[in-house]
Structures are given as structure tokens and as C-alpha cells.
Design a protein around this ligand. Structure first.
Ligand code: MN
Length: 152
């Protein structure tokens, strides 16, 4: 599942981790959101699922409150080690620019379906139930919406 991730990167040149070295933990799954100042600033939202980090690029700051929907573009799976990565991806490399951890924590998976994912995040910035819904249109089928669930 990491082929695309590895294909895009030259690990001799980028400080990003190559992956494949992590042990499967029995702990709660983790999530991380990395602020990525690449050609366009965005936030990479990553969830630990089946031994990899499922990843979405969110063009604007992830919402802390309900009522704000963000576009989230599905990107390639990343290795679990990536959750610790902060640093500068060099000019000319894939995703060149500064990466810093914006939020991280654990989560509980409430729902995991092809078109809908619901998680309860326990981070510093984001807490509570969050929803990812796959949209029908645009972005080559990789477009999702990301938002905080209203508490009813
Ligand atoms: Mn990114």
C-alpha cells in the first residue's frame, strides 16, 4: 500500500521516512495533522488504519467547531513513521517545503465504509466526532468532505 508513496520520493534526498520499519501496536490508533507549506499551504490529515496512515490533504485549517465543511483530497497512504515527521522537504523533491505537526492524538473508529468514515478524535486542537464523506464529483474521485459532527 506504500508503493505510490515510495515511488514519488527519493529517500536519499528527502528527510521523510521510507517506511516499513514500524511494529504493529496494540494501542489505540493515532492520527496526525501536518501543516505543510508546499507550493500551496495545506493540512495533511492522517489516520492509522490497517498499519498505514490513510491521508487526505485539506486546503484550509481543519475546523474545530461544527458547521464548517472542508474539502479533503485523498492522497497516497503514508507509513506510520510519518506521524513523527517534521522538517523541510528539499526544493525539487515531491512536496517540497516545510512540514510541522499541527495536531496529533488518538482516535476511535466509529464507522469505516467506502464513502463514509466517522472517527472520534482525541487531539489537542481537534476533539470529538469528525466525519469524512466521499463526494461524487471532481478531483478524480478523490474528493471528500471533512467536518465536525454536530452534537445532537
Ligand atoms: Mn502535503
Amino acid at each position: 500500500m506504500l508503493e505510490e508513496y515510495e515511488k514519488k520520493r527519493d529517500f536519499e534526498k528527502t528527510p521523510e521516512p521510507p517506511g516499513g520499519g514500524s511494529k504493529k501496536g496494540s494501542k489505540k490508533p493515532i492520527f496526525v495533522i501536518q501543516k505543510h507549506d508546499a507550493s500551496t499551504l495545506h493540512y495533511d490529515f492522517r489516520l492509522e488504519v490497517d498499519g498505514v496512515l490513510k491521508s487526505w490533504a485539506v486546503p484550509k485549517e481543519p475546523p474545530k467547531k461544527a458547521g464548517i465543511k472542508r474539502l479533503a483530497i485523498l492522497t497516497e497512504d503514508h507509513p506510520l513513521e510519518y506521524a513523527d515527521f517534521e522538517g523541510e522537504i528539499p526544493e525539487g523533491e515531491y512536496g517540497a517545503g516545510k512540514v510541522e505537526i499541527w495536531d496529533r492524538g488518538t482516535f476511535e473508529l466509529r464507522k469505516y465504509e467506502e464513502k463514509e468514515i466517522i472517527v472520534t478524535l482525541e487531539g489537542k486542537e481537534l476533539q470529538g466526532d469528525y466525519v469524512l464523506i466521499r463526494t461524487k464529483y471532481g478531483n478524480e474521485g478523490k474528493g471528500w468532505l471533512f467536518f465536525k459532527k454536530k452534537t445532537d
